[in-house]
Each structure stands twice: as C-alpha cells, then as structure tokens.
Design a protein around this ligand. Structure first.
Ligand code: BYC
Ligand code: FE
Ligand code: FE
Length: 475
C-alpha cells in the first residue's frame, strides 16, 4: 500500500506521522469515510469548486485557511487545542488531580459511549442535509451548507481519532459503526432522536443549525471540561468551528424574518395566507418550526434526573458547560429543583441532588443562549411596526425524553387535556400543508448575487468577500 503523506492528506497536530499503528488504523478507515461521503454526503456537487475554510493548524493563522476545494479532497484534519501545562481535573470526586492522558480502565466503556454518541451526530447531520444543495436559495447559502457539512465531517474524524488512538479494537469497530448507522434508517438509525428527523427544506436547515448545533455547543463545552485530556482538547477545538454553524442558523432565520416583514409591508397585510401568496413565509409558520426544532433539541440533553449524568460528573468525565464559572465544583450537598407532572393534571417540584440534575443544568444554559436570536428577530418585527413576536415554547412542550415526555403541554407550559392537545397541535407544530408550502418555495438559485424570493440577501459575504462572490464554481 502506498504510504500516505499524513501531514498533507490529514493535517494534524497529533504526530500522526510518528505513530505507525494509528496510521494503519486510519489508513483502513479513510477510504471507507470517503466512500460514505460520496454516497451520503452532499448530492451532485462533489466535483464543484467550493470556497471553503479548512483548518490546517490550531493557531490563529492556520485554523481558518480559505480557498477553493472540491469537497472529496477537503483536508479533514485532526486537531486538539494546545495542551495546557499541568492541567487539573476541574470538578467531581477527583477535583484537583492531574488530568488523564490515557483512558482509565474503569471509565473505558462510559468514555467510549460518550465519544461514540458525540461522533454519531456529526455524519448524521451530513446525511440529513444531503439534498439541500439542490434547492439552495443562493450561491452564498450553498457554500455555507457545504462549509457546515465538511466541518461536521471533520468532527467525525476528531472522534474517530480518539476511538482509534485510545480504544483499541473496540474503538476501531465503533469507528466502522459510525459509518454504518444512517439517519432515518429503520434498521440502523442514528443514536439520538433529532438526528433521524428529515431536514428537507432550508427553513428546517436554519432551525437545525440554530438549535441543534447549539446543543452541540453545550455538549462540547461539557466534554471540554473532561478529565480525559485528549477529549477535552478535541472538543475545545471543535467549538471554534461550531460558532459559525450557529451563525448560519441565526443569520438564516433573521434573513427569512426580514423578507417576510418586507412582504407584509408591500402587501399591507399580516394575514398568513396573503403572505404566502406573495411568496414569503408567514411568521406563524416560522413559529411552528421553532416549536418543532427547539423541543426536539431539548431532548438531546437527556433526562432531568440522570444517574448517568451524576456518575459522569462524579468521575470527572463530563462537567458543566463553563465549569470554571461555578463556585462549587463538587456539587455534593446541593439540590436542584425540577418541575414534573404530578399525575393529577398539576405540576410538582422535586428537589433532586445536583449531580443527578446536571443534564437539566446544561439544558437551562442552552435555553438561555437560545434567547439571543429571538431578541434580534423581535427587534426587526417591532421596528417594522408589527405586534407579533417569535418566542421559545416552554421546555415542557412536546418532549419525548425525560419527565415531560408525551405529556399534553401547551407551548406556554400549561398541562391541558389530551383531546385539547390533539385538537390544537396543528396550530403549534408544522403540518403536512406547512411542509408542502415550504417545499414549494424551495427552488434553486445559483446565479452569483441572486437570492430566492422567500429570504433576504445576506448582509455581507464570507472571508471579507462580497455577498455576490462566486462561492461555488460548477464545471
Ligand atoms: N434521543 O440518563 P439519560 C452535535 C438516551 S449535538 C435518543 O437521560 P444521559 C451536533 C441516552 O443515550 C451534541 N436517546 O441521558 C449538532 C441513554 O441511553 P443508554 C451531541 C436519548 O446519558 C448538530 C438513555 O436515553 N453530543 O454535536 O445522561 C450537527 C438514558 O439517558 C436521547 C452529545 O450528545 C435522545 N434525545 O445523557 C452535528 C454528547 N436522550 O446509554 C453535531 C455525548 C437521551 O442508556 N452524549 N437518550 O442506552 C451525552 O453526553 C449523553 O449521551 C446525552 C444523554 C446527553 C445524549
Ligand atoms: Fe459538529
Ligand atoms: Fe456543527
């Protein structure tokens, strides 16, 4: 077998060139990854030149190198954030002890499970988004989609590296499985619920990057605290890329709202049907998509009370996001109040030992972060002179995981009779008709500088280039 030039092919700062065994493992996996990418990655545009950001090193100069690349030739690198000298465990029972460079035997299976769960989401999202290029609203958006896709591919590489480097044969098997499960597959689905939901239109794509990539941010922040230093460093570097994914979502939703407001002005009506007839997406429909993707993403944090979470915290495996900002890193004698249905139509408060409530602590931080976009979008609506507002539904609404799973709860958080929920859900969640309408708007626009009629043009371009730049060159 030809020897690969690893620094060229797989830019890395993990001394891949000096580790024969790891090289062999990745040599075996790499062609499988490429055939997966060609089969289940972005449809049709594998031969196009895309103006992409590639990480070639972790320093300021190298982490965002821009240029035209054909996606299958993207240099999926393996990068860990710089090692912090004398880093100590920041929480849990081993607080203050040196971090681990190797996996402790006792924590092998739990660490593997977390890395596999994290790794599974990355290719899942690429699969979910594979057809979106065919209906991109502009060349700029097409490029952004592909940027997100290749970086999720790199995040998969990041987790596969950890599996290959630290988990021996089991790790190699898990790495294969990451390419064998597929989003939405009835027999071999992806692990977590949201990653099996279809993303068949761009409104869903922007909701997904706004809400679900933000789950990624909070999970990566928690794992970035891990006592297993290679995992922590890997997640810290991934976070630098994640920020852009959420920006794509926030900016995309903002541009849709902007266009909707323009159309409302033009036609002098807020009536959803009139807005739709004029080719824009009415605010009520945007709200229903918010309700769907926000509630789905909340489930990704797991149950409010979780012994998995407590054990992972105790053992230093998974911390809280921004652990350093808390006063007490042991979290032993504290409780956290969690609301739960009392079984008689009311709501009761449970005092849960804090360690068992870590999923909820993280979910609360996520919810607060989700608000930022709404402030911005509502300001646009207010400035345009309309009373309507977009908002996050209650965290109890349409949950499938945890104490609120399958409870008939209205978006305002009130428990309502099940018949009322069934009768009203069409107003709260995207219906078949909503989906059909949104899909009817999805027509590809790829002339540089032109944008589909349902979304406002981007305010600015990428990498200081103009918005009408030829970000993707077809041949
Ligand atoms: N769907 O004790 P529990 C990203 C399972 S996104 C299906 O309540 P735990 C990205 C759970 O696995 C970030 N199953 O929860 C974004 C467990 O099963 P097992 C991804 C679910 O373990 C966009 C059982 O229910 N990273 O990066 O405390 C594009 C009981 O669980 C769900 C991570 O998730 C669900 N929603 O916490 C690209 C980090 N929720 O093990 C990428 C790693 C729970 O008993 N994962 N279950 O068979 C974790 O930290 C934890 O596994 C979870 C769950 C937070 C997911
Ligand atoms: Fe990712
Ligand atoms: Fe992401």
């Amino acid at each position: 077998m030809a020897t690969l030039n690893y620094q060229e092919l797989i830019p890395n700062n993990v001394d891949l060139g000096g580790n024969r065994q790891l090289q062999r493992a990745l040599e075996h996996w790499q062609p499988r990854f490429i055939s997966w990418w060609k089969e289940l990655g972005p449809e049709r545009y594998q031969g196009a030149d895309v103006y992409l950001r590639t990480a070639t090193s972790v320093d300021i100069k190298g982490w965002a190198t821009y240029g035209y690349v054909k996606m299958p030739e993207y240099r999926w690198g393996i990068f860990l954030a710089e090692q912090e000298p004398d880093r100590r465990i920041g929480f849990g029972d081993f607080y203050g002890q040196p971090v681990w460079q190797q996996v402790p035997a006792d924590f092998r299976s739990v660490l593997r499970r977390l890395i596999v769960t994290q790794g599974d989401t990355e290719p899942a999202s690429v699969e979910q988004q594979r057809l979106l290029g065919l209906t991109a609203p502009s060349l700029y958006d097409l490029r952004n989609l592909f940027q997100v896709n290749v970086e999720e591919g790199r995040h998969l590489w990041a987790m596969v590296y950890l599996l290959h480097a630290h988990f021996g044969r089991d790790g190699r098997e898990e790495a294969e499985e990451l390419l064998a499960r597929h989003s939405g597959d009835a027999d071999k689905p992806r692990i977590l619920g949201t990653f099996n939901e279809p993303i068949s239109d761009w409104l869903s794509f922007f909701m997904f990057t706004y809400f679900t990539d933000r789950d990624g941010k909070y999970q990566l922040k928690s794992l970035a605290e891990s006592a297993f230093d290679p995992l922590a460093r890997s997640c810290r570097f991934m976070l630098t890329e994640e920020a852009y994914h959420m920006h794509v979502g926030e900016n995309g939703i903002g541009r849709i709202v902007r266009r909707t407001l323009e159309v409302m002005k033009e036609i002098g009506s807020e009536d959803p049907d009139a807005v739709r007839r004029a080719g824009a997406i009415d605010l009520a429909t945007i709200q229903r998509y918010v309700n769907f993707w926000f509630s789905s993403s909340l489930d990704l944090f797991g149950s409010e009370q979780s012994s998995n979470a407590a054990t992972s915290f105790a053992n230093g495996i998974k911390g809280r996001p921004d652990e350093a900002t808390f006063d007490d890193h042991l979290a032993i004698d504290k409780v956290w109040e969690i609301d739960a249905p009392d079984g008689a139509g009311g709501i009761r408060l449970d005092a849960v030992p804090l360690r068992n409530a870590m999923n909820e602590v993280t979910r609360r931080a996520f919810i607060a972060d989700c608000e930022t976009g709404f402030v911005r979008w509502n300001r646009l609506i207010e400035k345009a002179g309309y009373q309507a507002r977009l908002s996050l539904p209650s965290g109890r609404f349409r949950r499938a995981i945890g104490v609120w799973a399958n409870q008939p709860v209205a978006p305002d958080g009130a428990i309502i009779p099940r018949e009322a929920w069934e009768a009203r859900k069409a107003g709260w969640l995207p219906s078949e008709a909503d989906g059909a309408f949104i899909r009817s708007l999805m027509r590809q626009v790829v002339e540089p500088g032109k944008v589909a009629g349902w979304i406002a043009p981007p305010g600015r371009g990428v990498d200081h280039l103009p918005a009408d730049y030829e970000y993707v060159k077809f041949h």
